[in-house]
Ligand binder design. Structure first.
Ligand SMILES: [Cu+2]
Length: 114
């Protein structure tokens, strides 16, 4: 009985909490993000945690920028280093993500219908 009540209370509480941010791993290797610089589709207004990680096996440094979403190039990451960048995306739009150091290393974030 008590457990049922506690479960109900928990369900009600969780319902009113904001959705936790989704984590998207961005693995930087071979001068790409996730192997092929994928186009990432995001839900309108969702909160996203980008876990940006330099997975190079040779001493190549990368960084991460999202143009137009207030995520500037930070300091370069050495192989083995990572950084978490949290953003709340707008309702719609297409934005470029990229490494500022290497031309051609980047892709698109698409929010809502293109
Ligand atoms: Cu790079």
């Amino acid at each position: 009985m008590f457990l049922a009540f506690a479960g109900m209370a928990l369900a009600v509480t969780l319902r009113f909490l904001p959705h936790p941010a989704r984590t998207i791993v961005m693995s930087m290797s071979d001068y790409t993000f996730n192997g092929n610089n994928p186009t990432l589709r995001l839900r309108p207004g969702e909160r996203v945690r980008f876990l940006v990680r330099n997975d190079e096996s040779t001493p190549i440094r990368h960084n991460f920028e999202i143009v137009g979403l207030g995520v500037p190039c930070g300091t370069e990451l050495e192989p083995g280093q990572s950084r978490v960048i949290s953003v709340t995306v707008p309702k719609r739009g297409t934005f470029a993500y990229r490494c500022c150091t290497h031309r051609g290393m980047g892709g698109a974030l698409v929010i809502g219908s293109p």
